[in-house]
Design a protein around this ligand. Structure first.
Ligand code: SF4
Length: 348
C-alpha cells in the first residue's frame, strides 16, 4: 500500500476523505474504497492498493497505442495495473481493469515491482519511451509519477519519453501536477461518446470532464491524439460523428482523430463488429469538418492508417498494422513533406 496523492480529510470525526485524483471526486468513508476499488480509506489516510502491482509488460511500437504523430516507429515499454475508474461494458482489458473490483484485497498480497525496476527494464530493452496503458493510468498515478521522476534522475534514461493512454477522466488537480512537473510528452484520450447519458450508462462517468481535460491538454501544448471507438447502436450515427469532429476541429484541425472498430467483448457480446462502411462514413464526416488527419483503426481497409500531406496529398507515412514506413524528411527535428516542403505537425 502507498499513501495516495491528492486527497483531503473532510470530517475529522468520521475520518471521511475526498479523493481528488479523478473527476469522480469520491467521498470515501472510513474502511471503504472509491469507485475504482483500488483506493481505500484506512482511518482517514487514503491508500493506493495498486502501487507497483504491474501487469502486462510488453515492448510495443508506438503506433499500437495508437500514436500516429508522435515519434513514429519508436518502441515503448508498456504496462498497466489492475483497476479502473470506469466500468465500460465494452472493455478490451476487463481482466485487468474490472476483475480486481470484486476482490481488491488480493492486491495487498501481490509483490510490489519498484519504480527502479521499471527504469532498469526500460534501459535493458533500450526502448525510446514508456507507455502507461492497458488500464487507466490515473488510477496508478503515484506509481507512474515515481517512475517518470526516477527516469529523469538517471543519465541513461532521462531522454525517455512518457505517454498516457487515458480515458481522460483525470482531475484538474492531477493534471496540474503533470504540467508543473512536466511529466508527460503525449496523451491519447478516448472520447467515447458525445452524449452524457451514454457516458454514464456505459462508463459510469460523464462527458463534460473529458471534454474539459481535452481542452486542458490542448492548452498545455502537450501532444494529444483522440480516439473514438465506434460501437454499433451506441455512437455509430451521423450526429455523434459530427459532434466529435466539430469539437476536435474547434481546438485544432491538426489533432489526429482515430475512429476505431469495435469488436464484441466483455458485456457487449450481443453486438456485431462495426461495419467498414460506417467507419468510412465517420471519416467522411470528420473530413467535412476540416480535420487534416483522420484515421480508421482495427481494420484491413486500404489507406485507413496512412498519413498524407494535407497540402499536396503526398503519402508521408505508410502504415499497415504495425508496419510503418516513414517518408517525410526530418529537417532539424521537423517533419517536412518531401514533395511540397510543407512542415507537418508530427513530433519526430
Ligand atoms: S481515483 Fe477516482 S474513482 Fe478512484 S477513489 Fe479517487 S476519485 Fe474515486
Amino acid at each position: 500500500m502507498k499513501e495516495a496523492l491528492l486527497y483531503e480529510n473532510i470530517d475529522s470525526d468520521t475520518k471521511e476523505v475526498i479523493c481528488k485524483l479523478c473527476s469522480h471526486y469520491c467521498k470515501i468513508k472510513n474502511a471503504r474504497g472509491g469507485i475504482c476499488r483500488v483506493r481505500f480509506n484506512h482511518d482517514g489516510t487514503l491508500f493506493s492498493y495498486t502501487y507497483g502491482k504491474v501487469d502486462g509488460f510488453a515492448v510495443d511500437p508506438i503506433e499500437k497505442k495508437p500514436f500516429y504523430h508522435f515519434k513514429p516507429k519508436s518502441r515503448v515499454l508498456s504496462f498497466g495495473t489492475p483497476g479502473c475508474n470506469f466500468k465500460c461494458a465494452n472493455c478490451q482489458n476487463s481482466y485487468l481493469s474490472q476483475s480486481i473490483k470484486l476482490k481488491p484485497e488480493a492486491l495487498l498480497t501481490q509483490n510490489v515491482f519498484p519504480p527502479e525496476r521499471v527504469v532498469e527494464l526500460a534501459e535493458k530493452y533500450a526502448v525510446d519511451g514508456i507507455s502507461y496503458t492497458y488500464s487507466e493510468p490515473t488510477i496508478f498515478f503515484e506509481y507512474a509519477r515515481d517512475i517518470i521522476l526516477k527516469c529523469k534522475q538517471n543519465n541513461n534514461t532521462k531522454h525517455l519519453f512518457h505517454v498516457f493512454v487515458s480515458n481522460g477522466y483525470f482531475s484538474k488537480e492531477m493534471f496540474e501536477i503533470v504540467k508543473a512537473e512536466k511529466l508527460l510528452d503525449a496523451i491519447n484520450i478516448d472520447l467515447k461518446f458525445f452524449d452524457d447519458q451514454k457516458y454514464l450508462k456505459i462508463t459510469g462517468g460523464h462527458l463534460k470532464p473529458v471534454l474539459e481535460n481535452i481542452e486542458r491538454v490542448f492548452d498545455a501544448n502537450i501532444h494529444m491524439e483522440i480516439i473514438n471507438l465506434v460501437i454499433p447502436g451506441e455512437n455509430d450515427n451521423e450526429e455523434s460523428f459530427a459532434r466529435v469532429s466539430e469539437f476536435v476541429s474547434s481546438l485544432s484541425k491538426d489533432i489526429p482523430l482515430h475512429f476505431s472498430r469495435f469488436f464484441p467483448q466483455y458485456k457487449m457480446t450481443d453486438k456485431s463488429s462495426t461495419p467498414y462502411k460506417t467507419l468510412l462514413f465517420a471519416r467522411d464526416i470528420a473530413k467535412s469538418f476540416g480535420l487534416n488527419y483522420v484515421y480508421i483503426g482495427n481494420t484491413d481497409l486500404i489507406d485507413a492508417e496512412n498519413t498524407h500531406c494535407p497540402k499536396c496529398n503526398y503519402l508521408v507515412i505508410q502504415r499497415q498494422r504495425y508496419f510503418t514506413d516513414v517518408r517525410y524528411l526530418d529537417l532539424e527535428g521537423k517533419a517536412v513533406c518531401p514533395n511540397c516542403k510543407e512542415t507537418l505537425p508530427i513530433i519526430v
